[in-house]
Design a binder for this molecule. Structure first.
Ligand code: G6P
Length: 359
């Protein structure tokens, strides 16, 4: 097992560090293929995403990408809910995009089967080659992340996001919903994402120190806006899964509608704050949290964050649509260190399984 971990103390850390390579493989592995899939699905306007867990968060990012680039408005459902709520709404004019790294999650497979039975077109985004999901789906896109052993998904998530970015770009090109110039630029920027992730991995030491400081905390809040919301949800999920610390991820706009009442001295608030159209609003959310005594950990590329945060995790500047892939990485690392410092095995969290094959 030591050899398989390639010198890393845990599979999870190894898999976090494999992300630049995995993202590169996802890009190369789908170049050419994705255009054909985009052509096949371009005509659908009724689009559902179904997924569970971390893959559900990828689906949420997929929704923002399809909205922004392809001007489609998909509905994102947890597969376990889709089955009961959407049954009558699915027909041959429906496209169901299932996201599942294992291709074996029972609820996701059941949703796919239901969609197929109703005549929908089913596209699966999967990591495990030949898994059940690929056999049910009409079309499959692979994430090419390689085997993921750690129960908490890391590289399978960032490669799902990579594939979704490529798919939304290809769809936009087929549909003419974004300028060719912008789409070309986004594609070349996506190719630089592995290097951006390399840069962010250098925060590992600082994140370990931060984890040391925060390891006795009982609650964490993760806030984001727009395409940063799924990142907040995923950061909170990673923390819960492996550190067993209670965490909530939410859209920053919801803070005032309840969660603000829970903020008191020293409660960590992790703010996803990239430059872009939501930045100013995020700064006000940070300030309002700080005014209640919250301990602010901001992720962003704007200098002014130094003034409003206790800790700034400096991120390289990038197109807002690419932020989900890069911004989740420090959150994975922070959760990892908190788990280890609290004496947990991050690869095998209690009560959880790598793939949930019962409904
Ligand atoms: C389990 C795993 C999660 C994963 C979820 C969905 O809960 O522990 O890491 O996100 O299943 O798995 P899937 O294979 O469908 O992506």
């Amino acid at each position: 097992e030591m050899a398989e971990k390639a010198g890393y103390p845990h599979f999870m850390l190894k898999e976090i560090y494999e992300q630049p390579r995995a993202i590169r493989d996802a890009i190369h592995g789908n170049a050419g293929v994705i255009e054909d899939v985009a052509k096949e699905i371009a005509k659908y306007d009724k689009i559902f995403f179904v997924a569970m867990g971390t893959s559900y968060h990828a689906a949420l990012v997929g929704k923002y990408l399809l909205q922004r680039l392809a001007k489609k408005v998909p509905i994102v459902e947890e597969a376990s809910e889709f089955r009961y709520e959407m049954e009558d709404l699915i027909d041959e004019n429906t496209l169901v995009i299932a996201i599942t790294q294992s291709g074996e999650t029972a609820d996701t497979l059941a949703a796919m089967k239901l969609a197929k039975a109703r005549g929908a077109k089913v596209l699966a985004i999967v990591n495990v080659v030949g898994s059940m999901a690929t056999r049910i789906a009409d079309l499959t896109l692979y994430t090419h992340a390689g085997p993921e052993i750690g129960v908490a998904a890391t590289k399978t998530y960032t490669t799902q996001l990579t594939v979704l970015t490529m798919l939304a770009t290809a769809l936009a090109r087929v549909l003419g919903t974004a300028s060719e110039e912008y789409l070309n630029e986004l594609e070349s920027k996506l190719k630089e994402v592995p290097e951006l992730v390399e840069k962010v991995l250098k925060h590992d030491g600082a994140l370990r120190e931060l984890a040391e400081e925060l390891k006795e905390k009982r609650d964490f809040f993760y806030i984001g806006r727009s395409i940063g919301v799924p990142t907040a949800l995923e950061g909170a999920l990673k923390l819960k899964e492996i550190s067993y610390i209670h965490a909530e991820g939410l859209s920053a706009g919801e803070l005032k509608h309840g969660p603000l009442a829970l903020l008191e001295n020293g409660v960590p608030v992790v703010a996803i704050a990239p430059s872009g159209k939501t930045f100013d609003k995020m700064v006000s959310n940070i300030e309002e949290s700080k005014a209640r005594g919250a301990y602010i950990i901001a992720l962003g590329d704007n200098e002014s964050l130094k003034r409003v945060s206790d800790v700034l995790i400096e991120m390289p500047p990038m197109d807002e649509l690419l932020t989900p892939i890069v911004y989740v990485v420090p959150l994975q690392i922070l959760a990892y260190h908190l788990a280890v410092l609290r004496g947990n095995d991050p690869d095998k969290p209690r009560n959880l399984a790598k793939s949930v094959t019962v409904e």
